[in-house]
Design a protein around this ligand. Structure first.
Ligand SMILES: [Zn+2]
Length: 237
């Protein structure tokens, strides 16, 4: 049998909070009077019991266990919440717990920390309906892609692009293909952009340009007879 402390070794490391739970010793039950936990912190049975005991009628909705599967509240990690700082919600939350989660993208396990929830819901102003479904690494990657797309869009819509802007647009396009956001078909657009750079331009001699041309080649496929490619110069590859 593995030692208990080894359990979190494979969890995704959070740059601020680490990968292991923070024991606070505080362990309120959602069944205790006055305790309200976030829906992502509570099991189906607990919510149904709570609903029925507070309102005195039967739970009218179906089973939502599927939405909370893979989430586990870690005992003795609770942190007191300040409901007055949360955005207005039907049911404010009184405590946050460290939660075991599985990342939607990379499928690795990580902890959604109580301290991080406090930060989200009380300082950043995130609504209590928001939830953390990705590990920090995948969140970062997603933010990077978001910024790249924005930059791509804004360069794309500039009517008279400078050569430097054309290169940057080609670079954004290639990065988005490399990250599988765009399909391989967009390589052709990147090559078209690179061909727009004047044949005599110094830019063509730069390492940056040469690197972009290399990255814009179709993968594992000999170059086709597309006349739009290298139309004004012989192949120099
Ligand atoms: Zn992930």
């Amino acid at each position: 049998m593995q030692r208990k402390t080894d359990k979190y070794r494979e969890f995704v490391d959070h740059p601020r909070y680490g990968r292991r739970p923070n024991t606070s010793g505080l362990n309120p039950s959602p069944m205790d009077a006055g305790v309200r936990l976030h829906w992502n912190t509570t099991t189906h049975i607990e919510i149904v019991t709570q609903y029925e005991s507070i309102l005195g009628k039967r739970w009218p909705f179906g089973d939502f266990s599927a939405y909370t599967s893979g989430t586990k509240r870690i005992p003795n990690t609770a942190v007191l919440a300040d409901p007055s700082k949360q955005t207005r919600a039907t049911i404010p939350v009184t405590h946050y717990f460290d939660l075991e989660r599985r990342c939607r993208d990379c499928k690795r396990q990580f902890i959604f920390f109580a301290e991080e929830q406090k930060h989200w819901y009380e300082e950043l102003g995130f609504g209590l309906e928001s939830d953390c479904v990705r590990c920090t690494e995948c969140r970062k990657k997603q933010q990077g892609v978001g910024r790249l797309r924005e930059r791509y869009e804004s360069l794309f819509h500039i009517e008279e692009k400078s050569e430097q802007q054309i290169l940057e647009l080609a670079d954004c396009c290639l990065q988005l293909v490399e990250q599988s956001v765009f399909s391989q078909k967009r390589l052709e657009f990147a090559r078209m952009l690179l061909n727009k750079i004047d044949a005599d331009s110094d830019l063509r001699q730069r390492r940056e340009y040469i690197d972009l041309v290399r990255r814009s080649r179709p993968v594992a496929k000999a170059s086709t007879n597309n006349p739009s490619l290298d139309s004004d110069r012989s192949s120099d590859s």
